[in-house]
Ligand binder design. Structure first.
Ligand code: SF4
Length: 339
């Protein structure tokens, strides 16, 4: 499928559903003010809408709804084997949002959730309370792990809240992973050396094919340059790499394109990693039959689907050969299956 929208901002949510019990929450009121009354529907519990049976993920992707809810359980989850804790003593990801405004063909959320709509948990103050007991030790929290929080920041202001909290907590490090070009929230906060902004970058052809409704490569690079000029720490992630017939021309050229306008010395790390996914999420992705990414003959071991070892090695070798023109090896992180 061709992406026609990379040059325009993602569509706003068409409707807002609100759980009755949080109608008076300040974040609810702030968001509600941005919707007309006819677009707002009050519900008892988010699962009435989000978990409704027989929903079409593909159809909903074209007209997403936003659901405001109260999270009743844990906001924090321990970092998984698919991600990098960057050597911090403790690593969590915080899930204050379920679903994403963007629509990447390879996204595991399609296998995880019954709906393409977005649930935003407004009681972020409870996430901070759950985190406090851990903050006697060095702790990394990925705040944008199951979503892209910056993509909806103009509505939610959650990143702003995280930045405020992190400014007061000296043991807390944040990673904010994004494909967004919306960095307005960063302009109102002083840069914090314990916060890393991590941009996922892909060749434009891959964005067009697989990363629907996301900003173009040029817009992402523009946001990276601006964040660096404001003094923020930035990590660049060429991850996940999608192995296509023209991998050899697309991805090395991407690395040249990145460093044609970004000083390699100004970034913290470059992360390289090929596509990988748990077997159960891949099975769900196949049921949706949306993309060739789901139907590649992956190698599966320990419940994880990856490219066969020879291809994985080729990807890594080619990208490392190019990346080391710009950065020393110690500033390049790679993801590879442990054998
Ligand atoms: S930006 Fe990330 S979370 Fe959002 S759809 Fe794409 S892969 Fe999924």
């Amino acid at each position: 499928m061709k992406n026609s929208s990379h040059n325009s901002p993602p569509k706003l949510y068409s409707h807002l559903y609100i759980e009755r019990s949080i109608l008076e929450h300040p974040q609810t009121q702030m968001i509600r003010a941005k919707f007309g009354d006819s677009q707002v529907i009050v519900i008892d519990h988010y699962k009435e809408v989000f978990n409704r049976p027989s929903q079409s993920f593909a159809a909903q992707s074209h007209s997403k709804k936003l659901i405001l809810a109260r999270k009743e359980g844990k906001f924090l989850h321990e970092g998984s084997q698919y991600s990098d804790g960057f050597g911090h003593e403790q690593f969590f990801y915080a899930s204050s949002v379920m679903g994403c405004l963007y629509d990447c063909d390879y996204c595991y959320l399609q296998g995880l959730y019954p709906s393409a709509n977005t649930v935003l948990f407004v009681n972020l103050e409870d996430a901070f309370e759950q985190l406090r007991p851990y903050l006697l030790r060095d702790t990394l929290v990925a705040t944008s792990y199951d979503t892209d929080t910056l993509a909806i920041e103009s509505l939610t202001h959650q990143t702003r809240e995280w930045l405020k909290f992190a400014a007061e907590q000296k043991q807390l490090h944040l990673e904010i992973r994004t494909k967004s070009a919306n960095i307005k929230s960063l302009k109102s906060s002083p840069p914090n050396p314990r916060v890393t902004l991590a941009w996922t970058l892909s060749p434009q052809e891959i964005i067009d094919r697989y990363e629907h409704a996301t900003p173009s490569l040029e817009k992402r690079l523009g946001a990276v340059r601006e964040a660096l000029s404001l003094g923020w720490k930035v990590r660049l992630c060429v991850d996940p790499v999608i192995y296509t017939e023209n991998f050899d021309s697309l991805y090395p050229a991407l690395i040249d394109q990145i460093f044609s306008t970004i000083d390699p010395k100004s970034i913290e790390h470059l992360t390289l990693g090929s596509f990988r996914m748990s077997q159960s999420h891949l099975r769900s992705l196949k049921k949706l039959r949306r993309s060739d990414v789901a139907f590649y003959p992956y190698a599966v071991s320990d419940e994880m689907a990856t490219y066969p070892e020879a291809i994985e090695n080729t990807i890594l070798e080619r990208l490392l050969a190019k990346a080391t023109h710009y950065l020393p090896l110690k500033r390049i992180r790679t993801w590879q299956r442990q054998s």
